[in-house]
Design a protein around this ligand. Structure first.
Ligand code: WTA
Length: 653
C-alpha cells in the first residue's frame, strides 16, 4: 500500500475505516490547499460566488449577486453574458487558440484533435447555419447525437444564439425522444446518421424519423454524417451537416444574454412516468460548473482531463462540455464502450493521451474489477494524478480498488455527489485539503450548505441518518421544471419548506462526513443511469397482455441496482420465456435499452394494502430474498405465498 496512511496496522481495518489524507506532493501544488476557503465562503456566500464570477467576460456586469425568493433563485441579476463566448472566444483571445480542447477518439479507432480555435470556428459556422434553418433566440433545439466533437459544437452553437437545447442520450428510444421533443416544443433536431456502440451502428436517424412522426413542432433536421450508412431521408426537411455548415461564415458574434436566459433543458426521471424537463440558465450555471471543475479536479493548464460519461447525461453537460471548456482544459472525449475492441480500451486511452485526471462512475469501476487487473496493468498509467467518481454511491471495496489498481496508490479520489437538478457538484472532497474515507462524499463544496434531517425536518445529530437537504441556493441550481411550476415546488420544496429535498438518504458520521445512502423515492440508479420505477411500470402496462406491473431496483454487484419487474398478466395469457423476452423488448422500445428489465417475475397478483396500494417494500424484500417484514396490512396474505412459490419455481427471467 503506497498511501500515506499505509502500514501494516491499517490492514486490520475494514475498508471504510481507512483514512486517506491528501499526499503531501499533491497538496503542495493544489489549487486550494488551505481549508480556510470553507470559512471564507461561509462568511460571505454571495461574495464568494461573485469572486469566482469576476474572471468571466460580461458585456454587462450584474447588479445583484442573488435574488432568492423560495423556491426561485436568480443569480448575477441584471448581468449579460454568453457561455459559448466564455468557453471559446475568451480563450482564443487570450492566445490559447492552438491549445487542444478535445482529443477525440471514435470507437473504431479514428482520432481527431480539436483545438480551441477549431472549436470556435466550427461553433460559429454551426450557429450561422442554425439561423439559416430558422432558429431564433428562445427557440428550442433537440440534439440526439453520438459522442462526436460536433455534439459540443451543436450545444455551444445553440448557446451562442440563445436557443435552449435539450440533449437526448443516444441510447434512448424513438418514443423517449418524441416525448422530449413534444414537451420542449423543439423546432429543430440535430442528429447523425448513426453512432458506434460495441461495433454496431445505433440508428439515430431512423429513430429521429420515427420520433418526429409522433410530434408536430419539428421543422428541420440537421444530420451529421458519422457512420456513412444509408438512412431514410425527407427532402425539404432534412439537411446534411456537410452541405450547410462548411459554407457558413466562421464568424457569429455571441448573442449577449441575460444571466437568467435558459441555457438548456435536460429531461430526467422522477417518480412519475413522465420525465421532467430540468431548466438550467446561463450565468449561475457557468460560474458554478467552472468553479467546481477547477477546484474539485484541481485543473492545471497542462492537465489532460477525461470525464468518461456520455454528454447525454448531466455529467457530460457540466463536466465534459461547459466546466472544462470554461477552464480552457484539454479533455479526452471517447465515443464508444470500454470493451471495444478489448477490455483495456480505457487504459490504452489513458496511456496514449497521458490522461492526468479521470472521472467516471462506480459501475464502470466495478465492471473493471470484475474483468481483472491484467487490463490496466497492460498500460503505463503513471500520468494519472487524480481520480473522480460520480452517479451512485461508491462502495468502499470499489474505492480501494480504484485507488490502488487504477491510481497506483498515489491519486486522491474525489467522490462527487450531485444531480441533474443541481447542475454542479455539491458534495465532494477537495483533493488538496480533505482527508477522504472510502465511500464518503465527505463535505459540501465551499459556498454550499447541506444538512441531514429527520421526518420532521429536524437536523439529525452527527452519527445519525436521514434525508439530505440543501439549505441555501447555489448558482447552478435548477430554475424549475419546464412548463410545470407546481411540480417543481412539490417535488423539491414542499417536503421541507424552504429547503431543497434531494431525494437521497444520507448518514453523517461523528466527524461530520456525509455518506450518501441512495434514493429514498421510486427512482432507480441502474449503472448510474437514473430511471424511475413508474416509467418502467407504465411501459410494461402498455403491453396488451399485461394487467399490472410493479418494478423495483434490486441490489446488483456491478450495476448498483438492476431492474426487477413483477408482472401479472391479463387473463387468458400464458407465462412463457418468449413473453418475458417480448416484454423486455417492449420496455426497450418505450424507453431505451438502459431500461431493459434484468428480471421479470410473473405473479398471479401483486401484493396490495387494503387501500389498493402496491406494497413495494414487500416486493423489494422478495426480490432481495430478505426475510419479510410486517405484512399485516396486506389485503390478501396468500399473494405473498404465491409470489414466493413462483420465485422458488425459478420462474423469474
Ligand atoms: C445519485 C448524476 C452517491 C444520487 C450526477 C442522486 C450519488 C442521483 C452520487 C442523481 C455520489 C450521484 N454518491 N450517490 N457521489 N452522485 N448520486 O440526476 O442518488 O443522474 O440523487 O445525476 O445520483 O442522478 P443524476
Amino acid at each position: 500500500m503506497a498511501s500515506e496512511t499505509g502500514g501494516k496496522a491499517l490492514e486490520a481495518l475494514t475498508f471504510d475505516e481507512r483514512r486517506f489524507p491528501p499526499p503531501a506532493e499533491f497538496k503542495a501544488k493544489a489549487n486550494w490547499k488551505d481549508e480556510s476557503v470553507y470559512a471564507e465562503a461561509e462568511r460571505d456566500l454571495e461574495g464568494f460566488w461573485a469572486g469566482h464570477a469576476e474572471g468571466f467576460t460580461w458585456s454587462k456586469k450584474w447588479e445583484r449577486v442573488l435574488d432568492w425568493r423560495v423556491p426561485c433563485a436568480k443569480w448575477f441579476v441584471g448581468g449579460r453574458t454568453n457561455i459559448s463566448e466564455n468557453c471559446l472566444d475568451r480563450h482564443v483571445k487570450a492566445g490559447l487558440g492552438s491549445k487542444t480542447a478535445y482529443h477525440w477518439e471514435g470507437e473504431p479507432g479514428d482520432t481527431r484533435t480539436v483545438s480551441y480555435a477549431d472549436l470556435l470556428a466550427e461553433t460559429q459556422r454551426c450557429a450561422n447555419a442554425l439561423r439559416e434553418l430558422g432558429v431564433r433566440t428562445g427557440d428550442r433545439v433537440a440534439i440526439y447525437m453520438p459522442m462526436v466533437p460536433e455534439l459540443p459544437v451543436a450545444m455551444l452553437a445553440c448557446a451562442r444564439i440563445g436557443a435552449p437545447f435539450t440533449v437526448v442520450f443516444g441510447g434512448f428510444s424513438a418514443e423517449a425522444l418524441a416525448g422530449r421533443i413534444n414537451d420542449s416544443g423543439a423546432k429543430l433536431v440535430i442528429t447523425a446518421d448513426g453512432g458506434y456502440r460495441k461495433g454496431n451502428i445505433v440508428q439515430l436517424k431512423k429513430n429521429t424519423d420515427d420520433a418526429i412522426a409522433q410530434t408536430t413542432t419539428v421543422e428541420k433536421v440537421l444530420v451529421y454524417r458519422r457512420t456513412k450508412h444509408d438512412v431514410p431521408w425527407t427532402s425539404g426537411r432534412d439537411v446534411w451537416w456537410h452541405d450547410i455548415i462548411p459554407k457558413q461564415k466562421a464568424e457569429c458574434p455571441a448573442e449577449q444574454l441575460d444571466s437568467e436566459h435558459m441555457l438548456y433543458l435536460l429531461y430526467t426521471s422522477g417518480t412519475t412516468a413522465k420525465p421532467k424537463g430540468i431548466v438550467h440558465t446561463t450565468a449561475g450555471y457557468m460560474v458554478g460548473t467552472a468553479t467546481t471543475h477547477k477546484y474539485i479536479f484541481d485543473i492545471k493548464p497542462d492537465d489532460v482531463y477525461w470525464c468518461a460519461a456520455d454528454i447525454g447525461w448531466v455529467t457530460g453537460h457540466s463536466y465534459i462540455v461547459f466546466g472544462p471548456l470554461a477552464n480552457a482544459t484539454t479533455s479526452v472525449m471517447y465515443e464508444g464502450t470500454p470493451d471495444f475492441p478489448d477490455k483495456d480500451r480505457w487504459w490504452s486511452i489513458v496511456e496514449r493521451y497521458r490522461v492526468s485526471i479521470l472521472y467516471c462512475a462506480p459501475t464502470a469501476i466495478r465492471t473493471f474489477m470484475k474483468w481483472g487487473p491484467q487490463y490496466p496493468h497492460m498500460h503505463d498509467m503513471r500520468s494519472l494524478r487524480l481520480l473522480g467518481s460520480v452517479g451512485e454511491p461508491i462502495n468502499p471495496e470499489a474505492w480501494i480498488w480504484y485507488h490502488e489498481t487504477i491510481g497506483g496508490g498515489r491519486c486522491p479520489i474525489v467522490d462527487t455527489w450531485w444531480m441533474t437538478e443541481t447542475g454542479m457538484i455539491l458534495i465532494s472532497p477537495l483533493p488538496g485539503i480533505t482527508t477522504t474515507k472510502p465511500g464518503s462524499a465527505t463535505f459540501p463544496f465551499p459556498g454550499v450548505r447541506a444538512d441531514v434531517v429527520d421526518d420532521e425536518g429536524k437536523s439529525v445529530p452527527f452519527g445519525g441518518a436521514g434525508y439530505l437537504v440543501i439549505t441555501s441556493p447555489w448558482p447552478a441550481m435548477l430554475r424549475g421544471i419546464y412548463g410545470d411550476d407546481q411540480r417543481y415546488r412539490e417535488t423539491y420544496w414542499s417536503r421541507f419548506p424552504g429547503r431543497y429535498f434531494a431525494g437521497d438518504g444520507a448518514k453523517r458520521d461523528q466527524g461530520g462526513y456525509l455518506w450518501l445512502l441512495g434514493r429514498v423515492d421510486d427512482v432507480m440508479k441502474i449503472s448510474g443511469h437514473r430511471i424511475s420505477t413508474t416509467e418502467v411500470e407504465s411501459a410494461l402496462v402498455s403491453h396488451p397482455k399485461v394487467a399490472e406491473a410493479a418494478v423495483i431496483g434490486r441490489e446488483d454487484p456491478i450495476t448498483g441496482q438492476a431492474i426487477f419487474a413483477f408482472v401479472s398478466l391479463r387473463s387468458g395469457n400464458e407465462e412463457s420465456e418468449e413473453l418475458s423476452k417480448e416484454l423486455r423488448e417492449h420496455v426497450v422500445k418505450g424507453i431505451g435499452s438502459i431500461a431493459r428489465p434484468k428480471t421479470i417475475m410473473f405473479t398471479p397478483e401483486l401484493p396490495k394494502t387494503r387501500s389498493g396500494k402496491i406494497m413495494r417494500r414487500l416486493l423489494r424484500d422478495i426480490a432481495q430474498e430478505r426475510p419479510l417484514g410486517d405484512v399485516t396490512t396486506l389485503a390478501d396474505a396468500s399473494v405473498v405465498e404465491q409470489i414466493r412459490t413462483a420465485s422458488a419455481a425459478g420462474k423469474e427471467d
